[in-house]
Design a binder for this molecule. Sequence first.
Ligand code: PBG
Length: 324
Amino acid sequence: MALTFDRHRRLRKSAAMRNLVRENHVRVEDLIYPLFVVEGTGIKNEIASMPGVYQLSLDMLAEEMKEIVELGIQSVLMFGVPEHKDACGTEAYNDEAITQQAIRQIKEAHPEMIVIADTCLCEYTDHGHCGVIHEGEVVNDETLALLGKTAVSQAKAGADIIAPSNMMDGFVIAIREALDEAGFQHIPIMSYAVKYASSFYGPFRDAAGSTPQFGDRKSYQMDAANAREGLREAASDVKEGADFLIVKPGLAFMDMVLRLRENFNLPIVAYNVSAEYSMVKAAAQNGWIDEERIVMETLVSFKRAGADLIITYHAKDVAKWLAR
Ligand code: PBG
């Protein structure tokens, strides 16, 4: 009896054949580009650990935005880095603070751009934690009110989407209620639903100046060992009114992208975080890897795992590669 087997290679024979059967694609519309804005003028500081990523003052941001629009990128994620920081992160919910100014400026110049505001306190607090501190502990419920105020202030400035990254319990419902009360029923919430306490945020904390001054974030961000807990976190956020679910970090936690895809029908967003970017850049600068192919393979893998959208510092490069 002849051995029988399947001929999978038939569909891989030529580039045209492979194009014909390709299941997933990365589109420029899938990309969300993070931006770091600082006070002052003429500032374009490259982040040492993130080559090609800058802290920008508002005048430099204007130039950057022109390039982003020309590349066809249609969504940006805003991080403000204020000069004044205090225990309660006052600059987070000050209507005239740097983040709000940046949002207003972008929406005035580019009304069609989707401006997503990261809603957290860690860039704004002097202790670098994501909430209010009492006796060395980050307190949950007092922090919620401040997050609500921050989201409303960002929506007033023109943010199209609020993206709370702070991992307090109840943050989605607190922000939803605050937005609704202020007349922003139409503004969606892109929740960092499954966010781990991760070493992959190291370079970001250089960019945002948000390293905790004591302790760590393990009492509010998730333990890297846990998957089922991530499903509970996501279920809470869905119940509380989230419109998008983010998995962060994306690469080492891609199983969570798939798990959310299989359990929820909301749009899912993978955050390709700072250290994932830095590792690729470092290896590419050493000539050890083919940067373009590594990045495109990573991004299509997010799509294959079930992500609809990808937040990535590679977005500008990817837009250039896709346009070729
Ligand atoms: C704010 C926030 C962080 C990141 C996004 N929003 C830092 C943190 O939680 O410590 C990290 C993003 C990255 O590493 O690219 N809470």
